[in-house]
Write a protein that binds this ligand. Structure first.
Ligand code: TXA
Ligand code: MG
Length: 328
């Protein structure tokens, strides 16, 4: 099969009601969606992505009424965060209700839920009476897709339809916060909403971001978001290595970029930038498509500069750390 790319919501709904797969746009990345209450449909997501069954999925909803069918309790501080950030790039891990199939949660008692902030997908979600299970629409371990064409390039022969909603505005996956210990919410994944934004609403939150390759809790594997191109840290490079290399600077205004540019007489390099206007929102929005472009340009290695370690820069650097781990 070859997936069609289009903007047909009724057609998408029809496919989803019949247990099929549709790639959907969200503000973070494109998701590979199926009816989250249909075990067989959900199983086909894992097959299409080549994703291990131990890695649970996020359920996407279009309104708060649906939430009550999926979880058994919503703590007060979770409600406050939903009021502040939904629809938006914040996912909640909450105790699951019996309606949620085990395959969605990898057999755990908790389920991840989010309301995405994209008009097309919100429109679709509000016309169906089931949640959409949707991981990022990339083969397991590869860079997440931020456009309909990214999805087509990698999964076009494995899915029925790609609902085109343009380029993703945030470009990083949602932040995940767990309320399993109600009194001590804990951030499990850095993403589109910063810890500081969360803390202005509910005060201090802990962080438990998995960095090892055999996480005790499922999810954040070390090697993830990896292009085939090898990413090397610019700060560890010597001048000799940089001769005739490709360098991915954070921005044209970064100190190291300015420094190296003054030495262009002595050595030659090709410059790329995460952000042209030196903003972390633009760097986040462009991150994954830049990593993909390295592969489409056929580059085997590049040197890159880390984002500033603050705000969204922390989530960008988390993705870069994982992208550095070479694929098998
Ligand atoms: O922005 C996003 O969140 C995107 C868009 C499509 O919504 N989705 C996304 O899904 O990034 P995925 O499957 O690529 O990442 C979901 C993460 C995984 O690391 C998974 O382990 C974690 O969420 N997760 C899901 N359910 C969980 C649970 N019950 N407890 C802990 N982690 C969970
Ligand atoms: Mg993913």
């Amino acid at each position: 099969m070859t997936a069609e790319i289009g903007t047909d919501i009724p057609k998408s709904i029809d496919i989803l009601r019949n247990g099929g797969l549709v790639a959907i746009p969200t503000e973070t990345v494109y998701g590979l969606a199926a009816n989250g209450l249909d075990e067989i449909a959900v199983a086909s997501i894992f097959a299409a992505k080549n994703r291990p069954f131990f890695d649970p999925l996020i359920l996407h909803i279009g309104n708060r009424n649906m939430l009550n069918q999926l979880v058994s309790n919503v703590p007060q501080n979770a409600k406050k965060l939903m009021d502040a950030f939904w629809p938006g790039p914040l996912t909640f891990v909450l105790p699951k209700s019996t309606n949620v199939p085990d395959i969605v949660t990898a057999g755990q008692d908790s389920v991840a839920v989010r309301m995405p902030n994209h008009p097309t997908t919100l429109n679709l979600l509000n016309q169906i009476d089931f949640p959409l299970a949707a991981p990022s629409a990339n083969p397991f371990g590869y860079v997440s897709p931020t456009s309909a064409n990214h999805v087509f390039d990698q999964l076009g022969n494995r899915i029925d339809y790609i609902l085109d909603g343009g380029n993703c505005s945030v470009g990083l996956e949602s932040t995940i916060i767990s309320f399993i210990d109600e009194e001590n919410p804990c951030i499990l994944r850095l993403g589109g909403i910063t810890n500081a934004e969360i803390e202005t609403i509910i005060g201090h939150v802990n962080e438990n971001i998995h960095q090892n390759s055999n996480p005790s809790a499922p999810g954040q594997l070390d090697q993830h978001y990896s292009p085939f191109c090898k990413l090397k840290e610019l700060k560890n490079a010597n001048m000799e290595n940089l001769q005739n290399s490709t360098i991915l600077f954070y921005s044209p205004e970064s100190n190291i970029c300015a420094q190296l540019t003054t030495q262009r007489e002595i050595f030659n390099f090709q410059a790329l930038y995460f952000t042209e206007n030196n903003t972390e929102t633009q760097a986040a929005a462009h991150l994954f498509s830049i990593l993909r472009d390295l592969d489409s340009k056929g580059l085997s290695e590049v040197y890159f500069e880390w984002a500033p370690n603050e705000g969204l820069g922390l989530a960008i650097n988390d993705r870069l750390k994982r992208a550095m781990v070479k694929r098998d």
